[in-house]
Design a binder for this molecule. Structure first.
Ligand code: DC
Length: 232
């Protein structure tokens, strides 16, 4: 612990497509810290529910599923992001589809589901530290984090980035449809009653609309250094 509260936690929250995953993983690697992709937990839960034909509003069954969810993470050192496993099966790419994102957003709106996944996320706080990426990392999961960032970018820019990713993967994509999906998910994530998407009072706001990845990483690393967080 240091004077800022719990030591060794950086939270990076913000809407989908703002670059949280890329930035969080890069910062975690530079610091030699662990990385928590909290969105992946909701995505895996959505996938597990679909496989077991559990309706996405069946809070009771979803809570049971969340409590026993066999999810684990790889190291992300392959350069392709962190590998996500469900009961040992690599589901990294199946949880990244628009359908999986939509299912994640729906299960994430259920308060008891969020509660069931809370301790699992807090368990990531281990020395030397963790960079936690999500929507409520700074407000709910790690309120005592040493550094809280709220990463944003315009919906248009986020749709463009997503479009580029999908085209590079060889998938079909429509930029206008992506923008409206992004806006719809933002709305659902911001308007839910439990842990809505909003910056923590002590978060540093970073608008990445006009920034490239490297400058965002540099900005976050600069803030980490200012706060006296250990840089390797
Ligand atoms: O960051 P992501 O796109 O992988 O997240 C998928 C969904 O999960 C997103 O719509 C909102 C939800 N989520 C959440 O409610 N709380 C978090 N800490 C992380 C994600």
């Amino acid at each position: 612990m240091n004077q800022h509260g719990s030591s060794g936690v950086i939270t990076i929250d913000g809407p989908g497509g703002a670059g949280k995953g890329t930035i969080s993983l890069a910062v975690a690697n530079r610091l030699g810290w662990d990385y928590l992709d909290s969105g992946a937990l909701y995505r895996v839960l959505g996938l597990a529910a679909a496989r077991k034909q559990i309706a996405l509003d069946n809070e009771l069954l979803l809570v049971e599923e969340a409590a026993s969810l066999g999810v684990s993470f790889g190291t992300g050192r392959s350069g392709l992001g962190v590998e996500v496993l469900l009961d040992g099966e690599d589901v990294t790419s199946s949880i990244r589809t628009e359908t999986a994102g939509d299912a994640a957003s729906k299960v994430a709106a259920l308060p008891a589901v969020r509660a069931a996944l809370l301790q699992r996320q807090r368990d990531f706080e281990q020395p030397p530290g963790v960079v936690a990426d999500g929507r409520d990392m700074g407000t709910t999961v790690f309120p005592g984090a040493a550094l809280k960032i709220f990463l944003t970018a315009s919906a248009e820019e986020r749709a463009k980035r997503r479009y580029k990713q999908l085209i590079e993967k060889g998938d079909d994509a429509n930029i206008r449809a992506l923008k409206s999906e992004i806006e719809e998910r933002d709305r659902r994530d911001s308007e839910r009653s439990t842990s809505p998407l909003r910056p923590a009072e002590d978060a540093v706001m970073l608008d990445t609309t006009e920034m490239d990845i490297e400058s965002v990483i540099t900005a976050v690393m600069g803030l980490a250094t200012e706060r006296g967080l250990m840089v390797r």
